[in-house]
Design a binder for this molecule. Sequence first.
Ligand code: GLN
Length: 197
Amino acid sequence: MHAGVIAVQGDVAEHAEAVRRAAAAHDTDATVVEIREAGVVPDCDVLLMPGGESTTISRLLHREGIAAEIREHVAAGKPVLATCAGLIVCSRDAKDDRVDALGLVDVSVDRNAFGRQKDSFEAEIAVDELASPFHAVFIRAPLIDDVGEDVEVLATVDDRPVAVRDGPVVATSFHPELTADPRIHDLAFFPAEAVQA
Ligand code: GLN
């Protein structure tokens, strides 16, 4: 499996490690490349959109011509895992003029909404498709405040969606790469055969 991590900002090494772990659980070798320029995405089987600052990530993705390639990747049905700022960038509407949202996940988000209440927090959350709770780390997390008809909500905190699936894209408002548990990467990249342990 050839995985690309958008490397404008964020936990690039941690995501790369989680992909390798998830792939190993399926006896699959993963090669991981960092994406900072156009021309790399077309060779990737799966993509990761890490957290960071969504305004910066959005600006660079459009400026470098990577945004259009990500759209083509999703249109071809290939998997993407978008986390935190990645979710904001992939949303339909980020309600912020500085974020030119890609519209790949039919949700609208309120940037930093969780963060305004509490800057960061951790929670054991139940995730559909996983047999036991996932330890989720939230850092200035976006709030998903509207979910389109075809979006599957995979997890909630206080009745608010924090993990969703829209076709080939899984998006989380938390940071699954910050624990040693690769199950979110697993369910994003091996949707039909995720290891349930
Ligand atoms: N609040 C940040 C943003 O708006 C996202 C935070 C994160 O990725 N941890 O981009």
